[in-house]
Write a new protein. Structure first.
Length: 656
């Protein structure tokens, strides 16, 4: 059975589920070139189907979802009809829309949410009258006398069947009516994480930046027998708060949380407020009265500042090499409270599972807050190797989660009975085929012919070159995992500053290492040795990796295995050059841009950025009248080994 999963919210995307297996993913931002792109138009779905190589007639069911609080915007002849359920007042919904742009008028002047940024991703006014639809899930499994943190002592654990968190829908597209389901946001997060385990039972905890209440901010789920059972929501609000602190520090309306995580390592948690951790008085409903959506962040941040007498930030973090102490301490305090709140939520979840006598093999974390590496690492430090975090825990994964939920409810097995390999989990794009005229019309670029590309690139990296890698299927999730990456030597301290300058990023932001699986314990400790998706912090052993060792001695490590492809062979060749099987790895994109998806985008980015070399699907690209800069050559072995370049047999598309 082929099911199409559609996410109409931010991080919009389309996923293909085939017989219960997450087969392929089309991420809108990588095609429209607007980060965290919002909304799906009919042409987006058509582009995704072409990307998958399937026709609309082959799709037997659809699963739709969206971001919490964002109704469906339906363009260009698409419609979603809900089954029997309470429909939100249509007149109220219509009042939210600016008909000239097809966007939410209520956020037009908001300084706390990047809706002006998102508008670009819709591609102009709708071709036809826009329709806006929303439905309310009839499920509310709370009890007046029960709180999430008290539930371990409670004899009866509330739960509902997963189907109760879905609503029957019919999607009309290109004149065809396709049956399916609307799946609640956090059930999508939970199904995505559970399915990627491959086997066993999962204690699944989800949390993100959504407001508290009715699973909108996250919840606890039991995954067993190929089904995900919603147990209880935990009123987690800290994603809202954390993002608000990042915006208060002027780290941007888009991506503030990720930058705050990097900034925290420069400071000390001097503004730690125990009243904000775990079951907090800050979760009072009256804090949110009169505030809608992202505006609710403001009273939370203001209350914290007032309670802790925090001075207002006064520095521009964009241009400094070392962050000022006040801003760094604010970030460190927010991070410490965030980490402890995550631990409190997971602690309560484990207590609930014990009370319910639910036996689980893994603790799976999902939702956007599970991108926070220090918090994930704290959970791992406390609960050990059973902690699992897949790469697309942010909203990139919810289209797949919606489709997997539908597959499960219709009888397809979504687990497979085996642990899924990291390449199977991480790489969900397609493989592009290189054309002979790849560089036609590209003035200043040339194709470099060498006997062995892997050995050549390893030698150039050891000398100081920064190279771009474009190989195989694109990664799912926000972290580059060696298929769309910029690569440099971690042994050369100057590469920290240089690579950040190439990407036009703040100079204080950390860069990540990728390490051979066989060498993890030589260089790192304190995180899972199977940290395949760059979602845990490790402690760096020694001082030999200055370009990827952050201020606090940690690194956001990715462990590579042979099935990761070319990046693994490059690590082996770099080890032959230097004696160290570690490389600096960051995403292949410029400032404010999504990671590149297509070869054309890769060439455009290479042309625009001062990168030395590009490895593009087996073709080595350089520049005319330039040379690889001299660098500090790391000491180590100089023997070369011939690492052959193998080509896959996956479905391919020609370069365009």
């Amino acid at each position: 059975m082929k099911i199409l999963g559609l996410n109409f919210g931010h991080d919009a995307g389309v996923s293909l589920i085939v017989d219960g297996v997450f087969a392929c993913h089309w991420e809108k931002e990588r095609h429209c070139r607007v980060k965290h792109a919002i909304g799906l138009r009919a042409r987006d779905v058509a582009a995704a189907l072409d990307y998958f190589g399937v026709s609309l007639e082959e799709i037997q069911s659809v699963a739709v979802t969206t971001t919490q609080g964002l109704p469906f915007m339906l363009y260009d002849g698409m419609s979603v009809e809900f089954g029997t359920t309470e429909i939100i007042d249509q007149e109220r919904l219509d009042a939210l829309i600016d008909r000239s742009t097809g966007f939410y008028a209520r956020f037009e002047n908001s300084d706390l949410h990047p809706f002006g940024h998102y508008l670009k991703s819709l591609g102009g006014p709708p071709d036809e009258e826009i329709r806006i639809r929303e439905a309310k899930f009839p499920v509310n499994i709370t009890r007046a006398d029960a709180d999430y943190f008290d539930l371990p002592a409670d004899a009866t654990i509330p739960s509902t069947p997963p189907a109760a968190h879905t609503i029957a829908v019919t999607l009309t597209l290109q004149g065809r009516r396709i049956p399916g389901r609307f799946v609640s946001h956090h059930l999508c997060h939970a199904y995505y994480a559970y399915s990627q385990l491959g086997r066993g039972n999962g204690l699944i905890v989800t949390f993100d930046g959504g407001p508290a209440g009715r699973f909108r901010g996250g919840g606890l789920y039991f995954g067993t027998g190929g089904r995900v059972v919603p147990i209880y929501f935990h009123n987690f609000f800290f994603g809202f708060f954390y993002e608000g602190v990042g915006q208060e520090l002027q780290l941007g309306p888009v991506g503030a949380a990720g930058k705050l995580m990097g900034l925290a390592a420069w400071g000390n948690p001097v503004y730690y407020d125990a009243g904000l951790v775990g079951r907090s008085p800050y979760t009072r409903a009256d804090l949110f009265e009169g505030e809608d959506g992202p505006m609710a962040r403001r009273p939370l941040v203001n209350l914290w500042r007032s309670r802790m007498a925090i001075p207002r930030p006064r520095s521009n973090l964009r241009d400094c090499e070392t962050p000022p102490q006040i801003e760094a301490d604010i970030a460190a305090s927010a991070q410490a409270m965030f980490t402890d709140t995550i631990l409190a939520v997971v602690d309560a979840a484990i207590g609930i599972a014990k009370s319910a006598r639910f036996s689980y093999d893994h603790i799976a974390l999902s939702g956007g807050c599970a991108l926070n590496c220090p918090a994930n690492s704290a959970v791992f430090a406390k609960y050990g190797p059973r902690v699992f975090v897949p790469p697309a825990v942010n909203d990139e994964g919810i289209s797949a989660g919606a489709g997997l939920c539908c597959a499960s409810l219709t009888g397809d097995s979504i687990l497979g009975g085996r642990e899924r390999g990291p390449a199977e989990v991480a790489y969900k794009g397609i493989v592009y085929e290189a054309k002979p005229d790849l560089l036609a019309g590209r003035a200043g670029l040339l194709r470099i012919e060498v006997p062995n590309a892997v050995s050549f690139l390893a030698a150039q990296i050891a000398r100081g070159a920064v190279i771009a890698l474009f190989e195989g299927k694109a990664e799912i999730g926000p972290r580059a995992l060696g298929h769309r990456s910029l690569i440099a030597s971690p042994l050369i301290a100057a590469n920290w500053k240089r690579v950040n300058a190439i990407k036009n990023r703040e100079a204080w932001r950390p860069l990540a290492p990728v390490v051979l699986d066989t060498e993890f314990h030589q260089h790192f400790e304190g995180c899972p040795p199977d940290s395949y998706y760059m979602l845990f912090n490790a402690k760096v052993r020694g001082t030999h990796l200055p370009a990827v060792t952050h201020r606090d001695g940690t690194a956001r490590v990715q462990v590579a295995v042979p099935e990761c492809g070319f990046i693994y062979r490059l690590l082996e060749a770099f080890r032959e050059e230097t004696g160290v099987g570690v490389l600096l790895n960051t995403s292949f994109n410029g400032r404010g841009e999504p990671i590149v998806e297509t070869p054309t985008q890769a060439l455009d980015a290479f042309t625009a950025m001062p990168i030395d070399l590009l490895y593009l699907q087996g073709i080595l690209v350089g520049r005319l009248a330039t040379s690889v800069p001299d660098g500090t050559e790391a000491e180590g072995k100089k023997d070369k080994t011939n690492h052959g370049d193998t080509r896959g047999t996956e479905k391919t598309k020609e370069l365009s």
